[in-house]
Each structure stands twice: as structure tokens, then as C-alpha cells.
Design a protein around this ligand. Structure first.
Ligand code: AMP
Ligand code: GLY
Length: 424
């Protein structure tokens, strides 16, 4: 079986690593891939925003299964385009991916299906913002409607700041392009949980839960990033709470999309805030999380290809998942300056020594190969990931491996897992 993976991040490296472990897989092709994925499969250069180029890669490669990693090609309709040409492809259609690509769509969908989420207003003009903001107390969350790579959400400490942010988004000053719509939202407090499910459009199979660390600074300070580290243990959610989330959030979401004739097939990533009034949906992603996937797949003990294929073929209810008990953790090494501007092209050393630490796997996020050397090529560079019997053990292994790795300007958080460790 030949599997084509679209994407170039740590998530896709982890997917490629898990996919090539399947006995049925004989060839993995990554487009465009990265320096780490080069050790698993052949790399084919392509731009992830070029729909025609992506389709051409599939036509040339004729894969038996295609997996689309990132949100951009999903939002452009890559799955629709490949399905029309008869390919078996894992991921939601453009219409279903709107759960991620339009926050106003997602909020209205949640409301239509009575799925718990923060109170909100959708605004298209400055006048609408001024009227709506009267109904909110600070802090107020202001969100760009469209994809913004983690930069489209601003938590504002006053109504005045919320107004300014809203104007900045609508006028294009904040993100560089004008937002047609924005979402204003009630601020929620609690622990965040990444609840990822595989779905074939009807059935739902939850993956093990994970907790991301979105802020750049230790102690969860500073600006938001794509995610600086993550851990997964079963104790993040009690079994009763998992059941509650499946019953009140995950299954109604999948049923709702099917009822609206836009069945969702793929990974539904439900970002939850565990508030005093119960779990509330913060956001949907229409894809695997990054770095959640690195930690989650380290714990998977059954065949990922079988599970992905079962989603595409509508037979997820027959699929068995096995998970390793214990814990996993992924710590991100980023370029100095990220999430602001940063330099790339620095040589990375110590990768082999890091992977010699038992239980450790280093997933590449932003790397490229140059001759025999591995160079930095992105903001998030590596995801040093470990699995062990307990979370403290997994973290210790990941940090031991991290200490062996060097590149100029390398930065990582030393406190991944701190919230779980505090709770004991
Ligand atoms: P989103 O892209 O909507 O998940 O937002 C990114 C991050 O902003 C989330 O992971 C939260 O940490 C934070 N956030 C988003 N919405 C809210 C909210 N209503 N209340 C508090 N924090 C939020
Ligand atoms: N780690 C958050 C995300 O993948 O969106």
C-alpha cells in the first residue's frame, strides 16, 4: 500500500512515523515533507496553498490512501478535488472543514445543535461591534473569523481594548488582510483539553486526551503560539467526563454535520475549556492537532492506517483501538524570536544522541536537509517526544533528550506538564 501525506510539520512527521509502522504500508510519500520525514519516505516539493499543484502530486503518485494534515489545503477543498478524481482520501470536505475555517460558522452550528460554548456575537461592521460589546463584560475575547495560524484570537482586558482589536481585524491593520466578520466572545476560565476524535461521518472514536501549552513563556505567559508542548495521560479526563463529552459534544457535532448534509469525515479536534459550568467548546479544528498528534500517536498501540481507512470507508464502528497506558509528553524547540520574527538556516546537532534516550522520538516540525546536515527552517523546529509509565518519567526523558540538542537561538519551555504535576 502506498500512502501519500500532505504537510510539512511535526504532526505530519508523527503521522508518517505511525503510518509506516503498519504492515500493509510499502511506500510513504510526503509532500512537501521536512527533514525528519525524509528518513521515512520520498519527499515531493509542493506548496500547501496551491490546490492544482497538490492535485497534480496525487495524480502523479497514484496513492492507495492520501492523508491531508494541515488546515489550509482542507479549507481550499483538496479532499473534494481528490474524491472527484476517485482517490481514497482521509480528511473533511471543504464544507465540513468550515468548522475550523470559519469561527462564525462554528459558533452558529454549536448554537443550532445546543452544544455548550461561550456566549458570542458575530459582527461585520464597527457599528455592530459597538452595539454588541455592551452585552459583554471584560475580559472580552475577539476572534478573526478565518484561519490565522493561532494569531486570530485576542483576549482584551477592557471594552475599549476589545473595540480597538475588533476595528483592527475589520480594517486589516491587525492581520494584514481585512476580516469580513469577527466573533466577540465571553471569556471562559478553566483547564483546556484537546479532545480529538476520529469519525467516519457517523461513528465517533475518541483518541487519548491531551493538554497543549499555547503561550510562548513559562507559567503560560506571553503571546499565543501554535503550541509549545503537550502531554497526554488518561487522568486528564475521568471516564465519566469522557462519556459526558462524547454524549453532549462529540456525537451531537458529528450528527449535526451529517444532518446538515455536510458529513464530517476525518479528525474532529474539539478544543474544550473545562469551566465551572461544565465543558464548553472553545474551537473546532478539522485536523489532527500539532503538537497533540506527536504525544497521542506515541501512545497508540494499534494500526493507524487501518483506523484512517475505516473512517474513509464508513466502518469506524468495527475498528479497535489499543492505547499504551501511562503517559507521553512532547516539548517543542523553537527558533529564537518565535512567534515573532526569527532567523532560519542554523545547523541542528545532537539529534542522534537525543533519540538514543530510551522511549524518545524526535519529530521534526521546521527542518530541512542540506547535504548530510539538518537545518532549521521554521518557527517551531522540533518536537522532542517521550512515552513512559508516568508523566514525570515521560517529561524527564523528553528533557534529557532535549539537553543533547543544539542550534543557534534554540528556545524551549522548561515547564511542560506543570499543571498536571501541580494537581498530583
Ligand atoms: P481558538 O483558536 O479559538 O482555540 O483560541 C486560541 C486560544 O485562545 C484557546 O486555546 C484559548 O487558550 C484562548 N481562548 C479562545 N477562546 C476563549 C474564550 N472564550 N475564553 C478564554 N480563552 C479563550
Ligand atoms: N495545538 C493546537 C492546534 O493544533 O491547533
Amino acid at each position: 500500500m502506498k500512502v501519500l501525506i500532505f504537510g510539512s510539520g511535526g504532526r505530519e512527521h508523527a503521522l508518517a512515523w505511525a503510518i509506516q509502522k503498519s504492515e500493509r504500508v510499502t511506500e510513504v510519500v510526503c509532500a512537501p515533507g521536512n527533514g525528519g520525514m525524509a528518513g521515512i519516505g520520498r519527499l515531493v516539493p509542493v506548496s500547501l496553498g496551491d490546490l492544482d499543484g497538490l492535485v497534480q502530486v496525487a495524480l502523479a503518485e497514484q496513492p492507495d490512501l492520501t492523508v491531508v494534515g494541515p488546515e489550509l489545503p482542507l479549507s481550499l477543498g483538496l479532499v473534494d478535488a481528490l474524491q472527484q478524481r476517485g482517490f481514497k482520501v482521509f480528511g473533511p470536505t471543504k464544507a465540513a472543514a468550515m468548522l475550523e475555517s470559519s469561527k462564525s460558522f462554528a459558533k452558529r452550528f454549536l448554537q443550532r445543535h445546543q452544544i455548550p460554548t461561550a456566549n458570542y456575537a458575530v459582527c461585520t461592521t464597527a457599528e455592530e461591534v459597538e452595539k454588541a460589546i455592551e452585552f459583554f463584560h471584560a475580559p472580552i475575547v475577539v476572534k478573526a473569523d478565518g484561519l490565522a495560524a493561532g494569531k486570530g484570537v485576542v483576549i482584551c482586558q477592557s471594552r475599549r481594548a476589545a473595540l480597538e482589536t475588533a476595528h483592527g481585524l475589520l480594517s486589516g491593520k491587525l492581520l494584514g488582510s481585512k476580516e469580513q466578520q469577527i466573533v466577540i466572545e465571553e471569556f471562559l476560565t478553566g483547564d483546556e483539553v484537546s479532545f480529538l476524535c476520529l469519525t467516519d461521518g457517523k461513528h465517533v472514536a475518541q483518541l487519548v486526551p491531551a493538554q497543549d501549552h499555547k503561550r510562548i513563556g513559562e507559567g503560560d505567559t506571553g503571546p499565543n503560539t501554535g503550541g509549545m508542548g503537550v502531554y497526554s495521560t488518561d487522568s486528564i479526563l475521568e471516564p465519566e467526563m469522557t462519556e459526558w463529552i462524547l454524549h453532549h459534544i462529540a456525537r451531537p457535532s458529528v450528527r449535526g454535520m451529517a444532518a446538515e448534509d455536510t458529513p464530517f469525515v476525518g479528525v474532529l479536534y474539539i478544543g474544550l475549556m473545562m469551566t465551572a459550568r461544565g465543558p464548553q467548546v472553545l474551537e473546532f479544528n478539522a485536523r489532527f492537532g500539532d503538537p497533540e498528534t506527536q504525544a497521542i500517536l506515541m501512545r497508540l498501540d494499534s494500526d493507524l492506517v487501518e483506523a484512517l481507512e475505516a473512517c474513509v470507508e464508513g466502518r469506524l464502528s468495527d475498528t479497535e483501538f489499543r492505547w499504551k497506558p501511562g503517559a507521553s509528553a512532547c516539548v517543542i524547540a523553537s527558533s529564537g524570536g518565535y512567534p515573532g520574527s526569527y532567523q532560519t538556516g542554523f545547523e541542528i546537532t545532537g539529534l542522534e544522541a537525543a533519540e538514543e534516550v530510551p522511549g524518545v522520538k524526535v519529530f521534526h516540525s521546521g527542518t530541512s536537509l542540506n547535504g548530510g546536515r539538518v537545518l532549521t527552517s521554521g518557527g517551531r523546529v522540533l518536537g522532542v517526544t517521550a512515552a513512559a509509565a508516568t508523566l514525570p518519567d515521560a517529561l524527564k526523558l523528553a528533557y534529557t533528550a532535549m539537553e543533547k540538542i543544539h542550534f543557534e537561538g534554540m528556545y524551549f519551555r522548561h515547564d511542560i506538564g506543570h499543571r498536571a504535576l501541580k494537581k498530583g
